[in-house]
Design a protein around this ligand. Sequence first.
Ligand code: ATP
Ligand code: CA
Ligand code: CA
Length: 592
Amino acid sequence: MGTCTSKPQKPNPYASRDTHQNDNNFVSAPPPKSPPPPPLPPATPFLPLYTPSPAHHKAKTPSHPVLTPLRLFRKSFPPPSPAKHIRAVLRRRRSRKQEKEARIAEEKEDEEEEEEEEEELVELDKRFGFSKELRSRLEVGEEVGRGHFGYTCSARFKKGEFKGQQVAVKVIPKSKMTTAIAVEDVRREVKILRALTGHNNLVKFYDAFEDHDNVYIVMELCEGGELLDRILSRGGKYSEDDAKAVVVQILSVVGFCHLQGVVHRDLKPENFLYTSKEENSQLKAIDFGLSDFVRPDERLNDIVGSAYYVAPEVLHRSYSTEADVWSIGVIAYILLCGSRPFWARTESGIFRAVLKADPNFEEMPWPSLSLEAKDFVKGLLNKDPRKRMTAAQALSHPWIRNCNNNIKIPLDTLIFRLMKTYMRSSSLRKAALRALSKTLTFEEIFYLKEQFALLEPKNGSITLENIRMALMKHATDAMKESRIPDFLASLNTLQYRRMDFEEFCAAALSVHQLEALASWEQHVRFAYELFEKDGNRAIVIEELASELGLGPSIPVHAVLNDWIRHDDGKLSFLGFVKLLHGVSSRSLAKVQ
Ligand SMILES: Nc1ncnc2c1ncn2[C@@H]1O[C@H](COP(=O)(O)OP(=O)(O)OP(=O)(O)O)[C@@H](O)[C@H]1O
Ligand SMILES: [Ca+2]
Ligand SMILES: [Ca+2]
């Protein structure tokens, strides 16, 4: 584990190790026969928070402080996304044979990319269609921050409805947009900021401008500095209440983004700013430069993010909004104990830890923290994204909920995904889920109650219309892009009938998440007893196979034999558990 003590000193201790200065510009990877790198700094847990972070490819120019260590590049231009960089590290982790095959494929890919980039340098269309009136609308002041792509200045509106208003302008030079992907990233950053409106913990967007040289993103000025600086100035230790105050704001804005179908992908303390220097000033999420739209059923596969905060499934190239929740888990862990949960001296070491290691909850101060705090952080740092809490669930967790009654829990798209699966399930599975839902404790039901209330039931039940209305009520333009309303079509059987709270619990409970609980065994045993009384029935294998929608290619007798009790032909405990998880022909095919 690494303790958070300070930002890196200048000169940057990693710069000489990680980077080779290239024309005053960015840096490239060491050539194969370069002299051996200088020795690593001594292994110490007292490593500054600012260590390898693939999303930070910051240029070092003498006039600006370097906020993060310089990164390793294979090319002399900054890569369009940190994906490439992480890919190089992952490649090192593969076995020799895989390595050889992968290298051939990737070298080919790289050559193609380089060719593309050369072409793109000539042909890139860097017109964004933004207003060209920046200078007449705004008076730009001094620099307030700097990032990988550009820098941010304070500014003031000279005229119009915001006359006199102080704002921040993020300046992104077009010269840094060297690939179509980089241009697209900027287009998307603006599109997302423009679309996401109306959350208190989200930096307010005003407008975007461009000229021949730059794109300018005008947004609310946050004068209180980065969350990271506050963490560091406290030596990394927060009381549980102080940590909660931070985490609630982060979860709230991230839950809002997720409902809109936006995944941030670069959540870390550097990307949260305080509006003012006041101790209790509001936190604002910034930097949607790596963000993307994601449809409810979609999985993303580009590896982006920052090493310490990256979720395991991102490294496995199949992820969605849960990846952001993992990053919040890392932030929460840091706030509560002042150390990083996954730490190593190299990036590949960090990735190995993220994929394999369990964070330490034994060392101080963890034994002195509440059980609820530990349970909360563990729920965010579950390596299985299906078992991880969502942002809305985290806001419903007792650690958060018991301290503050005013927390607004957002609608959770997980509910809709689970309902979709439920609606398509066999009647036998529905009965099994209903039995399981009866075993939920008061705590577990709290979140479902909140979600049901957000759907504004009439006479105790909901239809598709309730879901449509609830979504419309919370919709921003981002929802259109992430096609969340389209997803409603998959729930269309609810158009013709009503669902009461009891059935809603069965439909919207997540078996995977319950399975992550220490009490899972009890839940499922008790549920089976209930199912025995009310739901279990004699069933023949063919009928079960057709209930499960299994195709003729599956040898049902071999696969389902243990699922049925031989004495009375009813579902066995094993069959019950399997049925709860839901079965597809594909998952059964794997069993064979
Ligand atoms: N609205 C704002 N108000 C005040 N400062 C800001 C604002 N937005 C950004 N900054 C400052 O500018 C820095 C860089 O902004 P941002 O993170 O958006 O840039 P970036 O080029 O995408 O950087 P990164 O290398 O992190 O990807 C921030 O860390 C912060 O210090
Ligand atoms: Ca940033
Ligand atoms: Ca960024």
